[in-house]
Design a protein around this ligand. Structure first.
Ligand code: PLP
Length: 416
């Protein structure tokens, strides 16, 4: 694997860009400026090569074969699990369950843990800025079990009122489930404090880390979270692979969501028993190539150094916030101080519909997202139907932020 260049002074974005083939593409005759990283990230050559090597040289099903290819595929798949476990500092690699992504990981907890532990009259605490993936599964659970959702007070910039949160706990509080970084506002939530307060009341916490783990160092043991969900495709890995981290005792107390091959110990005609973790929660043939690709993505991020990734994005976010707020008529959402947030920047340009902003920017080769970002309740709280959203990653540059700001200024002038 080519080792990406990073120095004590930070990372070398130009050298990193050379590792990402798609970044050399032209869009509508212009160099691609890819600022849709919160939706999905681009993939370095090392990840693409890992997928290709698997399919070209050792493609086989895992865990059941006695032949050489199957043994190698099994070893690489389990090695990827171990690397992901080290990346987030899980105590054991069997605390890493491979899923299709964050959505599946959260649904696995809502079904496998929630159906067992949440009942009539119980309460689940969450925020109004959750992605639909960390909202709809809990609505479904609440409807199945006669429980209810309660929303932790927060301001329009996504800052959680910790004192009010601490007062919400009662004998029927069963779970706290919050995002670690908002995919709309960029707000980084005080995850460690949220966990600490919940644990005083003996209540477990799930962190939706889909937007945080790709961008900031996350140490699950230090945070103390009981469940952490994230997606490979947002952290340089392939689509269709993600992770549910769970503390062993919690995963042990879960029922599998998928019955089938690989997750059983003994199958009889009328009943079966389950095998040990992590396989109990990974029924069926998993996304073997995806897991191996995610392992390569984790290696890449570690070679760059997660603190370098965070520092680079902080610098770019500060710059982008300054440039965008200088454009007359542009309203930027989320915390104004870049140190309270990640590089997800939602904005509104005068009275221009965000879709029109997105279309104009696309004509200049600039990829941003426009819409409700799977956060309709938050859109209502902000009083808008949609926003435009630019989101940064390790390969973005200050020159690309200049392109964005110039494009936004042109959109403003075009519709004035
Ligand atoms: N949670 C957050 C905060 C997200 O930003 C996303 C994706 O945008 C998800 C959950 C869902 O991730 P996936 O679609 O990969 O399951």
């Amino acid at each position: 694997m080519a080792v990406p260049i990073s120095t004590a002074a930070g990372l070398d974005a130009a050298a990193i860009r050379a590792d990402f083939p798609v970044l050399a593409e032209q869009v509508h005759g212009r160099p691609l400026v890819y600022l849709d990283n919160a939706a999905t990230s681009q993939k370095p050559r090392a990840v693409i090569d890992a997928l290709q090597t698997y399919y070209e040289t050792y493609n086989a099903n895992i865990h059941r074969g006695l032949h050489a290819l199957s043994e190698r595929a099994t070893a690489e798949y389990e090695d990827a699990r171990a690397r992901v476990a080290r990346f987030i500092n899980a105590a054991h690699s069997h605390e890493v369950i491979f899923t299709r992504g964050t959505t599946e990981a959260i649904n696995l907890v809502a079904r496998g843990w929630g159906d067992e532990h949440v009942g009539e009259g119980d309460e689940i605490l969450l925020t109004e800025m959750e992605h639909h993936s960390n909202l709809v599964p809990w609505q479904m659970l609440a409807q199945r079990r006669g429980a209810s959702l309660r929303y932790i007070p927060m301001d329009a910039e996504g800052r959680i009122d910790l004192e009010a949160y601490a007062r919400m706990f009662g004998p029927q509080t069963r779970l706290v489930t919050v995002t670690q970084m908002s995919n709309v506002l960029g707000t980084i939530t005080p995850a460690a404090e949220i966990v600490q307060i919940a644990h005083v009341h003996g209540v477990p916490v799930l962190l939706d880390a889909a937007q945080s783990i790709p961008h900031v160092p996350v140490n699950v043991q230090e945070l103390g979270a009981d469940f952490v969900a994230f997606s490979g495709h947002k952290m340089l890995g392939p689509t269709g692979i993600g992770v549910l981290y769970g503390r062993e005792s919690f995963l042990d107390a879960m029922e599998p969501l998928f019955g089938g091959g690989s997750m059983i110990r003994v199958v009889q005609l009328h009943q079966s028993s389950w095998t040990e973790l992590p396989y109990k929660l990974e029924g069926g043939t998993p996304n073997i190539a995806g897991a191996i690709g995610l392992g390569a993505a984790v290696d890449y991020l570690q070679a760059v150094g997660m603190p370098n990734v965070t520092a680079h994005e902080l610098e770019l976010t500060e710059y982008a916030l300054a440039l965008l707020s200088d454009v007359d008529g542009v309203r930027v959402f989320g915390p104004p101080d870049a140190t309270d947030r990640g590089g997800v920047i939602s904005f509104y340009v005068g009275d221009v519909h965000p879709h029109d902003v997105g279309t104009l920017l696309d004509a200049e080769g600039i990829a941003v997202r426009a819409g409700h970002h799977c956060a309709q309740p938050l859109m209502r709280k902000l009083g808008v139907a949609a926003t435009a959203r630019a989101s940064l990653y390790l390969y973005n540059t200050a020159a690309e932020v200049d392109c964005l700001a110039a494009g936004v200024a042109r959109a403003m002038a075009f519709f004035a």
